[in-house]
Design a protein around this ligand. Structure first.
Ligand code: ZN
Length: 56
């Protein structure tokens, strides 16, 4: 029972999105109009979309 592997964590939350430019899309928290919201931004071309899936 004490023999827990370091790699036992599941990769369930690992969702990766790619921009059309080939850059990686990351979620950013943006504070706008008094509300904290998340936007998806490409690291390469700095394109911003409301959702990571909008980059397709
Ligand atoms: Zn891009």
């Amino acid at each position: 029972m004490a023999n827990v592997s370091k790699n036992s964590r599941t990769a369930s939350a690992t969702q990766r999105f790619e921009c059309v430019c080939g850059g990686e899309v990351k979620m950013k928290s943006v504070f706008s109009k008094g509300k904290l919201r998340f936007v998806a931004q490409c690291e390469k071309c700095n394109r911003q979309e409301r959702r990571p899936s909008d980059f397709r």
